[in-house]
Design a protein around this ligand. Sequence first.
Ligand SMILES: Nc1ncnc2c1ncn2[C@@H]1O[C@H](COP(=O)(O)OP(=O)(O)OP(=O)(O)O)[C@@H](O)[C@H]1O
Ligand SMILES: [Mg+2]
Length: 152
Amino acid sequence: MIEIKWFLSDLEATATAGAKLSKILEPGCIIMMEGDLGSGKTTLCKNICASLGVPINLVTSPTYTMVNMYSCDSGVIHHLDLYRLENRNELEDFDLEELIALEGITLVEWPKLLRPLIENHGVLNIQINYVSEGSRELTMSSHDSFYKRLLN
Ligand SMILES: Nc1ncnc2c1ncn2[C@@H]1O[C@H](COP(=O)(O)OP(=O)(O)OP(=O)(O)O)[C@@H](O)[C@H]1O
Ligand SMILES: [Mg+2]
């Protein structure tokens, strides 16, 4: 397993982290974002999308829509928020391709119920922890050799 930590001292550091991530991500990447309510998952997603060319104001939290899709120069981005999902059966209404951007980038907030459905895909895990009002700690980890190589 690989594990890398970044300290995000303020919102600008989170924007920089989003930009750095956007440069190493490749089509097919799936990022699982974990962290408490308000820890900064959507904020990081916005910054990743913005760095990929999506106007930042278009990127909103998919809490109610469950999945938002954006297109950018490098393909499609699926941004999921599964917080309101009560059980795994509710995901059966979706084809997996509606959730996972196989040729693009998938960002998932509250991914717990999705994990068992995509066991065969490697994922990059990002945990965001609250440190203080303006700062966060970001931990990236993966068991998958593809992501280990990306992070190296
Ligand atoms: N360094 C930082 N990085 C990220 N967010 C920060 C930082 N400092 C302050 N914040 C603030 O923390 C809040 C994070 O909210 P955000 O919606 O991104 O959280 P979330 O993890 O997506 O929450 P939810 O679980 O409800 O979806 C925002 O108001 C943001 O401005
Ligand atoms: Mg959010």
